[in-house]
Design a protein around this ligand. Sequence first.
Ligand code: TXE
Length: 483
Amino acid sequence: MEKLQNFIDGKYCDPIDDQWLDNYVPSTGERSQQIPASNVKDVERAYKAAKKAFPSWSQTPIETRSSILIKLADLIAADLDKLAKAEALDNGKPLALATKVDIPRASANFRFFGNAITQFASEAHENLASDSINFTLRQPLGVVGCISPWNLPLYLFSWKIAPALAAGNTVVAKPSEITPVTAALLGKYCNEAGLPAGVLNIVHGKGPEAGQAIVAHSGIKAISFTGGTTTGAAIARTAAPMFKKLSLELGGKNPNIIFADCDFEKMLQVSLKSSFANQGQICLCGSRIFVQEEIYEKFKAAFIPAVKALKVGPSLAAGIDLGAVVSKQHMEKILSYTALAESEGKLLCGGQQLQIKEAPNGYYVAPTVIEVGTTRCRLQQEEIFGPVVTIMPFKTEEEALALANDVPYGLSATVWTSNIDRSIRVSKALEAGIVWVNTWLNRDLRTPFGGVKASGVGREGGFEALRFFTEPKNICIQYKTNT
Ligand code: TXE
């Protein structure tokens, strides 16, 4: 069986203790490769390479750093088909989605920060009263840690690595052990792009072993993490007393608020995507749908048949809308929630594991809609992170806001209305880091990205990310006003 390797100091290498994990293809349930079960020794090896590379990389002219990142973006874009197929097979998502979203966005992440770093500047403050000039340096932190989840593998892995490198840091990065393949391929592209050895080091393995070793390493100055809220809390417990900088992009349980005055057809088409794209495994999915009562029955009459018409199948099959969920364990977690449908509400469609003839051992869950009467239930309070949405009616704007905010999370929200005043009132009152009005997953990489409450701490994106990966230093110089 093929063995993927760690990528350390510009070279692929086996784990020091020769321990390995099995990787699986969600569409078929078959074992695909083995990946390193790295531990603290492999992380130390990666850290030493990153530390050795830091002085030179941090002093590399911005134009050079920029050109290497843009070259990396070009190489990823040039291998779109190969990378998209690898991503789809590894994650279970439809090939069309990996081709249209995942890989182009991974390329865009490197391109965006390759350009952004050439525009990143800092402030100066002139103080006439003290004949002084203050200027602020934004210096790279040193060796930083990037840890990413399995739902958008290369998309989120690169979303962290690109700004860290652009800002002059060197990186020890760990992808999810559930979707290691495109991260493993990234090392080759780094060498081809001319990224110096040791600047980016990729370590595979489990979170509590390899991930924890990165978080706990005294030489690693910051942790950028995307994943579950529980894991985010565990990371914070380790990193906070070490005074590391922390960026935590965690779970979501996002409201999709539909007012009677919305553009119904557009809302319906986009709500199908915001409910079930990537098998509902996007932390930005609108998994709690609230519909104003005047159009509640009309919505159900249109939404349920459209959900039932969604096609589910193996990643490489043509014409599918949903693929397999990422693992057997995650499928069982999702089904444990759909099993609550009857006790917490009413199952309107889906709710079961799907047997796909050509892939009987794959991890398939039917797109599921559950009608509930309250937000005070597990289906509305807990992150399911699968092709499952709840729906319930509301009467007034005030009630919609109370329902939408009545949840531990605060990542994103979607609002459908043609009333501009209402769209601003509601957006301002929603407890979320991102609000979309009459659209969804409409992303501008310059904007701050992140959530509030249990959805995390800090912001990624644009100059927010470059500020996270640099340390501001104020230098004050007093000068003589006479010769
Ligand atoms: O979680 P885990 P998953 C959320 C999404 C869902 C979850 C899915 O809503 O809840 O993430 O990710 C590593 N120390 N978001 O199931 O376990 C682990 O190996 C250090 C929000 O993968 O959190 C993997 O690499 N590392 C997000 C990574 O953490 C540890 C967008 C994530 O794994 C660790 C995407 C530990 N103790 C998903 N334990 C957003 N807000 O943008 C695990 N890991």
